[in-house]
Design a protein around this ligand. Structure first.
Ligand code: AMP
Length: 170
């Protein structure tokens, strides 16, 4: 199955100069969505996963399905100020300014091995921040899974030492 057929390019969204990779056609195809989740599940079935961390917002869609499929706890990573309980925070730099993601302090059990899921790897800043959240809580990053990788942005450079699984490369 050619999963690229289910990714729609939207030029200049959300601002000029950005080529947005729209995954909604993939979500609308039960076969393509199942292929993505099954592939991620196969990757992690060869590893040891105690919990799945899903990154707001599109990472929730894939992370939730993967957690269900693996039969493991699901932990949300959200933008600053959205989670109601005590949190760990990690800040990363964007082209202009910074962004912060948070996770509940009781989200990951110390010593547990965690799969982290998002829709797309660009510069790697978001994923690197999520890895720091896991490590702050005493957990260990077992692997990272993303649907799309924008290889030109070399996000893997920020994620050296982590195992990374991606399905579609541009
Ligand atoms: P980064 O931290 O630079 O790796 O950016 C990854 C995060 O930003 C992911 O959560 C993506 O959903 C989002 N993102 C970055 N670039 C794009 C893009 N071209 N199309 C869609 N989402 C993107």
């Amino acid at each position: 199955m050619d999963l690229k057929r289910y990714i729609r390019d939207i030029p200049d969204f959300p601002k000029p100069g950005i080529l947005f990779k729209d995954i909604t056609p993939l979500l609308q195809s039960p076969e393509a969505f199942r292929r993505v989740i099954d592939s991620m599940a196969s990757y992690f079935e060869g590893k040891h996963v105690d919990a799945v961390l899903a990154i707001e917002a599109r990472g929730f869609l894939f992370g939730a399905a993967l957690a269900y499929r693996l039969g493991k706890p699901l932990v949300p990573v959200r933008k600053q100020g959205k989670l109601p309980f005590e949190t760990y925070a990690a800040t990363y730099s964007l082209e202009y300014g910074n962004d912060t993601v948070e996770m509940h302090k009781d989200g990951v059990v110390a010593g547990h091995r965690v799969a982290i899921v998002d829709d797309l790897l660009a510069t790697g800043g978001t994923m690197a921040a999520a890895c720091r959240l896991v490590e702050k809580s005493g957990g260990q990053v077992e692997g990272l899974a993303l649907v799309i990788e924008l290889t030109e942005l070399d996000g893997r450079k920020l994620l050296q030492g982590y195992d990374i699984f991606t399905l579609i490369e541009y």
